[in-house]
Design a binder for this molecule. Structure first.
Ligand code: PLP
Length: 453
């Protein structure tokens, strides 16, 4: 069946990102210095991040932050991205619901991550930085950052979570193609990695560990900054180009979403698609539901605690106010590697606390089942991460069918799964299982947290 697409022109690419914090009544709590446990100063972050990014991170007053021309020019390589009415999926579900998706899989690296990677590389370059370090889980952020670093002539070292390094060799090849150096984490190249490997020699790694390693290398390397692909406020800010375009495209379709859904790792693509719509709820009282779809095996929003916690495993980062499973949480080896992070960013955490966003948890097998249906009806093989958003959209569409309502749902297709076919292979071979986390499991990593709230 022919898809109905809503396409914008180059000059429709937004000229500013939307900073939802300016419109939030309850602002996110401040990050705390890990030593003094007092609110951190912007200067505390300068050794790690470009100054302009630190400014964006703490900005609570400007609702609109201008996108630099250089970044907007590079966005034109694949933006604006299509908005698609998923008529094939609607038909297969026999639902009266209208389902739309924003297709971020069309970027040169196949995911939304490039929206922030290019911005971060730009600000670092502008500040005279020559080297960058970062971490990557499934490899999408590493791939995006490699592309962005190359675009601005910067050197990049990527710590890649070891299980993904082994499970997803092609993402490693993509990073290498764009000229990045890729190291499996935990590694012996940092103190953090050495400590973890000594304690747990067979540890498959986690994003928390890889972040510790990347931060350590950045702090030891002259003229080097660290860049992060999710969680932080400035990353969520850059991703709002997704929702701002979608806002215009939904209007072209003469529709307005009742429900907006994004899968949830640290919160960047969910924030990207949903914050521009949350703006209507905050400033005009529009009754819209925003749903974050997270894996049942890494359920920070649905089962975690709201507490100050570290962004990394070792505790190099400031304390961030977040829904968290504890920074030492080691999630099951699900194939949605991009969703295996222990915490949620400060903005979404505050919004969840204030009941302005909702969260659902999705079992791994349900995500793949939804992915299969989506591929067969919409002709795009989705990333395992994005499949969580699809599964949540399917649930809502079936609910609408039961209720006999023509609800309009918009979800973000954060990436394609063409480099994740090993995961699909495991699914078809019947090797994938659901992981259920017991309360006892959760207590092990949540109970030891400092109680700073
Ligand atoms: C990284 C990634 C995610 C999860 O990260 P968020 O910051 O929560 O968006 C989701 N989908 C894809 C395709 C990714 O690469």
């Amino acid at each position: 069946m022919a898809q109905k697409k809503y396409l914008l022109q180059e000059n429709d690419i937004p000229t500013s990102w939307y900073n939802v914090v300016a419109d939030m009544k309850n602002k996110p709590l401040p990050p705390l210095h890990p030593g003094t446990k007092q609110p951190a100063n912007p200067e505390d972050f300068y050794p790690l991040f470009a100054k302009e990014l630190v400014w964006q991170e703490g900005n609570q007053t400007d609702a609109w932050i201008e996108i630099p021309d250089e970044v907007r020019e590079l966005y034109k390589q694949w933006r604006p991205t299509p908005l698609v009415r998923a008529t094939g999926l609607e038909k297969a579900l026999d639902t009266p619901a209208h389902i739309y998706f924003k297709n971020e899989s069309v970027s040169p690296v196949g995911s939304h991550k490039l929206n922030s990677a290019l911005a971060q590389a730009y600000y670092c370059k502008k500040e005279g930085i020559t080297n960058l370090t970062t971490e990557t889980g499934a490899g999408q952020w590493g791939a995006a950052m490699s592309y962005a670093a190359k675009a601005f002539g910067l050197e990049l070292a990527v710590y890649m979570v070891k299980v993904s390094y082994e499970q997803k060799p092609y993402r490693r090849s993509i990073m290498q193609t764009f000229g990045a150096q890729v190291i499996a984490s935990p590694s012996m190249s940092t103190k953090a990695g050495k400590k973890i490997l000594t304690d747990h020699p067979t540890y498959g790694g986690s994003l928390g560990t890889a972040i510790s390693e990347a931060i350590e290398l950045a702090l030891q390397t002259p003229n080097c900054k660290y860049v992060l692909g999710s969680v932080l406020n400035h990353v969520c800010l850059h991703q709002t180009v997704i929702g701002l375009e979608a806002e215009k495209q939904m209007a072209m379709a003469d529709e307005y979403p009742d429900i907006v859904i994004g899968c949830f790792g640290g919160g960047s693509n969910f924030s990207g698609i949903s914050m521009p719509f949350l703006r209507h709820k905050l400033t005009e009282g529009k009754p819209i539901r925003l749903i974050a779809a997270e894996p049942a095996s890494c359920p920070k929003l649905t089962r975690g605690v709201f507490q100050y916690d570290f962004g990394d495993e070792i505790g190099y980062t400031p304390y961030i106010p977040m829904f968290t499973l504890g920074h030492t949480f080691a999630p099951a080896h699900i194939h949605a590697g991009g969703l295996r992070y222990h915490g949620a960013g400060a903005i979404v955490s505050q919004l969840k606390k204030d009941n302005l966003v909702e969260a659902v948890d999705i079992e791994q097998l349900d995500a793949f089942k939804a992915a299969e249906l989506f591929a067969q009806t919409e002709s795009i093989i989705p990333a395992p991460e994005s499949s969580h958003a699809i599964a949540a959209a399917v649930t809502e569409a079936l609910k609408a069918k039961e209720e006999g309502t023509a609800k309009t749902t918009l979800f973000n297709l954060s990436g394609h799964g063409l480099i994740d076919m090993a995961a699909y292979d495991s699914y078809f071979a019947g090797d994938l299982v659901n992981y259920s986390l017991t309360e006892a499991d959760l207590h092990k990593t949540i109970d030891p947290l400092d109680k700073l709230i």
